[in-house]
Structure formats: structure tokens, C-alpha cells
Design a protein. Sequence first.
Length: 205
Amino acid sequence: MKLNERGLLIVISGPSGVGKGTVRRALFEMTGHDLVYSVSMTTRAPRPGEIDGVDYYFVSKETFLERIKNNQFLEWAEFVGNYYGTPLDKVEEQLDQGKEVVLEIEVEGALQVRRQMKDAVFIFIVPPGKKALYERLRERGTDTPEMIEKRMRKAESEFLLAHKYDYIVVNDEVHNAADRIMAIIRAEHAKTERTIHNYIKMLGE
Ligand code: 5GP
């Protein structure tokens, strides 16, 4: 039985290079949930294999700026030279339908959502240590040594934002991290403040 009608907004964020995307994908591969992923809009070029409307909505800078002007994003941020944002209308529509909407976004955007959506759930993904993060960035093979240094410095300042989140999940192993997120979502559902209203209504029926 469902005791809460409006869906839950779940924000997964964390320092750059921590593996947020991989954890999010593992979460969606799990069965027995009805999570929906909020597809972001970006001005960056698609990578090989990425599909428009599935991985991102790929748009021009002009289109993106126009949408910012029209307040059509729940949040947006510039990240290493490109714009990324969460389309507001889709998120609202899905929450109204009672769906569990997952955002996977960088930290600046997550803090914007925190200010606007008071009952959203904020999860901060962290690496098992600085060395692990460094190794991950190196193994990814997509950055020069200078870029890795830059990302490490950025990540170190981002670590300090952990206290602004409701939960911290260590990404020691992708499936463990996804399991912990699922447990958090289930626990959030049972929270008294989310369910008491409908529970009392049910008692009166
Ligand atoms: P990538 O270019 O590797 O796909 O993503 C770069 C970063 O942008 C990642 O940290 C990803 O989580 C973040 N990102 C993806 N979509 C959004 C969004 O809609 N808003 C914000 N603020 N960050 C996003």
C-alpha cells in the first residue's frame, strides 16, 4: 500500500570522477523499483554510443541560454566548458504522477536543488579515499596528467560540501553503492513525515 502520493526526488551527486554515472546505471539495472531517470540537457557533443533523449538532450548553446532565460531549468551549471541542466517541466510532471525521479548531477546544481526542493533526498557519493579517486581518474585514460591534477583539486574542494547532504555513500564497489542507495530510498518512503498525513486519512475511512 502506498502512503505517499507525490513522488520522491532523489539527487545523486558527488565530486568529479567518483563514478556517479556508473552507480546510477547500476541502480537502474536493479529490479523491483519504479525509479525514473531525469534526462539532462547539455551543450556538450554526444560521445560515441550516446543517444539523444536517452543519455542527454543535446542542444546548442543558444537553445540552452534561451531556456535559462525562460526559467525552464530546475537547476543548471557550467562544467568544464559545457552547460548542463535539469528540465523543470519533466521533473514536475513525473513527481505529480507519483514517480521516483532520480537526478545525477554535479555539486553546484545539487546545491541549487537543495535550496528549492525542501523534501528532496540528497545523496553524496564519495570515493573510498583520495588515492582511489586519483587511480580512477588515471585509469579512465581520458585526461592529461595536468587535467587529473586539476580535477583532484576540484574534487578536494567538493569533498567539503558533504555536510550539506542527507546521506554519504562510499563507492567502494559499484553494486554495494547502488544497494545502499536503494536502501536509502526505501527508508525515505517509510519516513513518518512523508506518510503520516495519508495514514491518518486511511484510519478515518
Ligand atoms: P559528463 O559530461 O561526463 O556526462 O557529465 C559531466 C558532469 O555533469 C557529471 O558530474 C554529471 O553528473 C554532471 N551533470 C549531468 N547532467 C547534469 C545536470 O543536468 N545538471 C548538473 N548540474 N550537472 C549535470
